[in-house]
Structure formats: C-alpha cells, structure tokens
Design a protein around this ligand. Sequence first.
Ligand code: SF4
Length: 435
Amino acid sequence: MCGNCLLQETAFICPMECPKGMRNGPCGGVTPEKNCYVDETRVCVWYAIYKRAQKTGRTETLLEILPPLDWDKVGTETWGDVARQIRKVGSGKFIRGILSKDKVKKKEIWDSVFKTIRQPEWWKGDSEYHPPAGSEPVSELERRLRGKDFIVATEVTPPVGISTGKLKRDIELVKPYVTAINFTDSSSARPKMSSIACCTVAVRLNAEPILQIASRDTTRCGLQGDIIGLNDMGIRNVLCISGDNPKIGPSPAGSMNFVDIDSVQMLWILRRMRDEGIYLDGRKMKEQPKLFLGAATSPFASDPALQAIKDQKKVNAGAQFFQTNLVFEADRLDPWLEELYKRNVLDKVSILIGLAPLKSYKVAEYLHTKVPGVRLPEDILKRMEKAGESASEEGVQIALEFIEKIKNKQGVRGIHIMTLGWEAIVERLVKESGL
Ligand code: SF4
C-alpha cells in the first residue's frame, strides 16, 4: 500500500491499517482493551506490532524513525527497488550474507538493501538520540526547565468565535501563575480559533505561548512554512501531537484516509530545520528557526515498557519536553517513569504531568467515557458523585492531593493544568499547592 515497505521493522504487520496513518508507533487513544479508539472492533495495529516485536525480541528495531510516505510511490510495488538494490550490492554477496551464521554480518547485508530503501537520502532516520545543537535556551519555558523549579503550564481554551475578548481576559487571568500557556489545535477535531492565532494574541500580551500542532490537519509543506513564519513573532515552544481523529468530531466527518505526516515525523523535520538548517527536501535554509520542541504522551495507553519505547523515539526525534495526557492516579506513573529511567530518557526530557480540576461529576464522567486515552479510577468517580453540590470543591481537593503526590517523582518537572474552560481555578491551585 505505501510503496515503501517497512514490514521488517514493524514485526511483519502492516501499519497502513492504522486509521490515523501513524508510521512510528501507537497514538495515545488505545482503549484499555488495547483496541483502536477509532474502530473499537479492531485491535490497535501498533499495539499488535509492539507485542509481536516484544515476543520475538525485536523491540529495539521499533526505535528507528520511519519516514513519511513518498506519495509518488504510494500504491506501487517495493520489490522493484529491492531487486535493484540487491543487484547493486551483488546478488551472490547478498545471499551469502543472509545465510551467514554471523549475526552482525547478516544484519549488515540486510541493512545494505532494506535500510537503504526504507531510509531515503531525504530522510535518513535512525535510532539515535540527537542532542540539540544550540546551547542557549530559546524560550522562557526552556530557560525555566533548565533550572531546578517545579513549573506550571496551563491551557487556555481557544474561542469558537472571532472575538478575542475572553481569550485575552483568560490569558491575563492565568499569566501571573504559570510559565507557559498552551493553545489547543482544534481539540476533539472541532474547529476553534487556531493555535497560531491564539499564540499571537498571547505574545502581544507578553505571555509565553506553547503552540500545538496536530498532524491531523498538517501537511509537510504547511508545517515548515508555518514554523519559519512564526519564529520571528516569538513563538518558539512547539508541541507536536497527532490530534484527535475526525471520527470523534462533529458530522460530517473529515477524511481519515489522508495523513501526510505523524507527530514523530514532525519532530524530526523541525529538529533538522533547527539544528541542521535543512528543509525536508534537502534545501539549505538561510537562517535556522529557534525552537523548543515538545510532544504529548499518554503514560497508560500501553504497557509501561512499550509506552517507553514510543516516548524514547519521540525524544530521539527531537522532543525536549513532554506534556502528558490527563492523569488521575499518581502511583500508576511509577512503572512508566521507571521504564523511561531504564532507557536513559529522563535526563533528556522534561516531563509535565497533565491534570484537570474536575468541576462536576458530569465532567468526570465525560472524561472517563468519552476522551480517548483518559480513565478515572472508581474512587475518584465515587467521590465526585457523592460530593453533590460541592463537587467543584471536591474536584479542587482531588487536584491538590494529586499535585502533592507527584511533586517529588523522578523525572517530573512540573504540571500542565488542563482547565477545560475553568481558567479561574489556576490561581487557587497554584497558591494552595505552594508552587
Ligand atoms: S489506536 Fe491510534 S495508533 Fe492504534 S490503530 Fe487506532 S489510531 Fe492507530
């Protein structure tokens, strides 16, 4: 289907079945039964790939950063390229190599054919960590995260209309208490004011924005153009996410069949623009953008060991900070953090844990049942239900208890408060948690 077969790297299961076009591992929406949240009758294809790779001892091959589709090749055969490459290497040498008992030799000869095909010149993806080239922080968020403080970021909900009055008031409301403010990119696949527009408003108000870019609505050309345009405006923090599938958005649903790049590929493209000064097509840039790159992660979407592989891949691609999906169980974070520690990832990325103050039982129930990748434990649901009229107060207490529990966890550098439209609560949470 893709014309650039990756089956050797994906445990011989074709990732083209993923409805979000993920080429580099699972999204954060895998259901607790490990099914695909877009089509719950099917197992998540990436979970299946990870499981089989684990069984066959090939999980490390999943770290290689795989390229976006070359649309000239989609729908064509890969075998022609394979035959040409074998001829180039030498058929006899190739056959002798793959029959060899020497594992290193075997891998070398295999890669001389297949790696050359799956990693074209314009991509050259690998499994290595690439530290940022610059030594100076490029944003206030980066500067603070290099220090020792436990930092707070929050989210301000973009407007659904053209007026920016409430947006400006909300930014002013949270600005004194947080280091940076995220603006979502049409979350739940519902159009709202763009993250770019909201970030621009924030910069004018001297607030530090985090631009969110969902690969769902992004093409390789648009991504690179937006980034060079925004850099001089002071928008330096960029969070690359895959975005909710159009299926959970309003009707009529958008296309799920065209996905140009995934979030890992976005990081790889932006990191190379920043550190190597090249566009995806290899053209040299005159000036390189200044970027502090982030990624989203969903600590409980998969088994902790498998999730850590995807997260390490994002860090290798360029992620310098993580903002997690909503978390309600502090202790459940430990096995995931431990896996990241074992992979030497914790000293390369700053983790901000996502939390949401629950305003009502209805909100708690909605998050639990409708938001992909989010689950609330039974005791929190019960507490919120029992609280009745005082549910919002109970929600604040739950959030404060949670902050206390995660403050000193290894690798956790701060919190990311997803306000769900309740921006006024940020001040109280920050003050009462002593941050
Ligand atoms: S859960 Fe996400 S990664 Fe897995 S198949 Fe569905 S869309 Fe793809």
